[in-house]
Structure formats: structure tokens, C-alpha cells
Design a protein around this ligand. Sequence first.
Ligand code: ACO
Length: 428
Amino acid sequence: MRNESLTVVDNRTGKTYQLPIHHGSIHALDLRQMKVSEDDFGLVSYDPALTNTASCESRITFIDGDGGILLYRGYPIEQLAEMSTYLETAYLILRGELPTQAQLKDWKWNITHHTIFHENVKKFMDGFHHDAHPMGMLVSTVGALSTFYPDAKAINDPNSRLKQTYRLIGKMPTLAAFAYRHSLGMPYAYPDNDLSYTGNFLNMLFKMTEVKYQPDPVLERALDVLFILHADHEQNCSTNAMRSVGSSHADPFSATAAATAALYGPLHGGANEEVVKMLAEIGSVSHIPEYMARVKAGEVKLMGFGHRVYKNYDPRARIIKRVAEEVFEVTGRNPLIDVAIELEHIALDDDYFIKRKLYPNVDFYSGIIYQAIGFPLDMFPVLFAIPRTSGWIAQWEEMLLDPEQKIARPRQIYLGHGPRDYAPLDRR
Ligand code: ACO
């Protein structure tokens, strides 16, 4: 039998400690017993940006960054993208198992019947300036929903949690579509319960004067696949925000607003927007070498490349590249795809990228598809937030039900001044 423990000698004191290893990790609190004196606080681990700290045990999503593998509840992302739908995948992520036909029917019915919100929410939308970023509108309005549903505060009631789950998954596309229509000054289009999740979303975005909107089935399916690919991704920045805010027992609408805010940043959900801007700036294949020189000189980053976890091809990027070709059959070819493909080709052959294990991530091709479908750039992170909502809620609920979890509260290494006396203003 292998000895699952770590022997540590504290050279400051000469003492030896045995730390148990569980699932390839040591418990950070086991370090606290290592002290140089009785009144010493004890050793802490220092991990800025949490690059090597597991903050929870989870059974939802598995990533093998070196192998380029992504599993939701054990199912490979490639199989789900091929055979599942977003709503079925959301059920899987939240409940742990694929639904039966009856369970899926009930799930879809409940989400479909929670897509409308109180008319007052429209007043929030109307209050935004015409050029407000839709992600800013989404952050604010999803947070505002907590004031419409005070029952969401009952986070320990499983029935309440389920109701908020229906509401959040159902209403995020409506909020997103209303934000989009507001930015165009167009009347809001209400949900159509006959349509699929993504079909209805396209309806709320693009319906004009027709009595019934008919989504293009290729675009509807492409969006559904993109939603599957974005549904969860273990402990990323926004999920960490969801868990962290949720750990104070804030209601799930407030926690989702925090997660959406985290996703807004250009290093996370904002990256696909940056990719398209970058490709447009490069403009043509002939300008790529010049741009690559700037990347290697550290002047700019190659947006859509690199990942904290994947040090091999991001499996989602491979699927998206295929979906892009299907979408272009309907929309016509987005010329930026040629720049992207050549950029990838050159990068994958270049020592700078090989040495740093930098490969295309999920955002490298998704923006090109969104642009071809007709979404403006600033809607891209919104298109990420909608499907990630199911992952956020699953992670939030897992955190709440985990007896080991408490309010999230990291330590710090204080390097500032020691105690000193306040000097009145006239003596400074
Ligand atoms: N272009 C050029 N160089 C890069 C890039 C990039 N996109 N990403 C990382 N590097 C370089 C760094 O400069 C660093 O080089 P050095 O060792 O010479 O200093 C090395 O690769 C390691 O990079 P880190 O920044 O330490 O990697 P980290 O894991 O912290 O960052 C991140 C990951 C934030 C995703 C980063 O790769 C990045 O900024 N990429 C571009 C933005 C992007 O596409 N984000 C989307 C991520 S996917 C998602 O959130 C859904």
C-alpha cells in the first residue's frame, strides 16, 4: 500500500510533521500546526490568484488540461455537443444525471414558463443610456431581479432553490435580448413558448414585424451547441465569484450578478469580443507576421490564446471551429476566419507559443460565429453568460450543500506598516 502522506521538516524548528494526502492534495489547515513559537499564528500557504489551490471538492465538471479533456458529470463534451441540447445538458449539470423523457419534458416546461419578468424590469432597461454595454445592463438587471423575488433568500429550501433555477435559466435570455433591443431602440419582443430555448432567444433578438418568428434551424442548433460548450468550466473566475458571494448566503440573483460581473472582464468572458477586434485590426493574412512580432515583444497578447488550465488544445475550440463552417453555409463566410486560421497555424508552429503551451481557447472562434449570425461585438460576453448560468447555479448549490464549506475568506500576507501614531493634518 502506498503511504498517502507527506513528511515535512520545518527547518526553523527541526520538527517533523506528517500531513495526510487526500485526492492528491494536502489540507492547507494542516500547515497551521507548524509554528516557531507558541504565539506564532502558524504557517499559511501563499497562492496569489489561487493557481494551485483547490477551494472545493466538486462532482460537476472535470478538466484534464494536459490531455485537452472536458467532461460534464463524466460525459465528454464532444458527445454532448453532438447529441444533446443545451437544456438537457443544463439538467445534467444541475442534477448529475441525464433526464428521462418525462423529466426533460417537465424541465423544459418549467424553464419555458419562467421566461417573462415583471414589467417594471423594463423600466430598468429604459433607464440605461442608448449605448450602454449590454453586459453592464445584464449585471444590473439580473441583480435587480433579487428585489422582485424576495423568496430567493430562502437558500436552504430546496423548492425555493429549484424555483430560482427555473427563473434564472429562463430569464437570462430575456434580459439579454431586451438589453440588445434597448441598444437598438427597438420594441422588446416577448418570449414565444412554442420555440426551443435558443430558437426563442433568436426570436426575442431578431423578430421584426412578422406575426411568428421562424428561427433558421442551422443557426438555432449552432447557438445551442455553443451554449452546451459554455455551460460550465469548473472553478473559473466567474464561478469562483458565484461561490464566493453565495458563501455569504446572498440570494442567487445577487450571486449571479457578481458572477456575470466577473465574466465581463476581457481576460474571461470578454475575450471573444477582444479576439474579433484583434482579427479586424490585423485585417489580412499578410499582416500576421507583423502582429506576431508585437505579441512576442510583449506589446500585445494574442487574444483567444492561452488558458490557465488547458495546456493543450481547448477541446471546445475544436468543436467551435467545425460549427463555424456550418454557420457560414447559411450566413456567408466571415472573412475574419481566414485570418484566424492562419494565425492559429503560425502560432502552433512558433517556439514562443509551443514553449508556453499556448493554444486556441473557446473564445478564439466563437466571436467569429457570433459576428456571422449578426450579433454586435458587445453582445458576445452576454452570449457566454446565458449558458454559464446553469453551471453557476450548479456550483452554487453544490457549495451550499457541502458541509465543509463556510463563508469564503482568504488570508493575506501583510507587508504594510507596523503600528504608528496618527498625525493631525496641520502637522503633516
Ligand atoms: N498571448 C501571448 N502570450 C501569452 C498569452 C497570450 N494570449 N497568454 C499567456 N501568454 C504568455 C505570458 O506572457 C507568459 O509568458 P512569460 O512566461 O514569458 O511571462 C506565459 O504565456 C504564461 O502566461 P500566464 O499569464 O502566466 O498564464 P495565465 O494562466 O495566468 O493566463 C490567460 C491565462 C489569462 C487566459 C492568458 O493566457 C490570457 O490572457 N489569454 C488571452 C485572453 C483570453 O483569451 N482569455 C480567455 C480565456 S478562456 C475563458 O476565460 C473562457
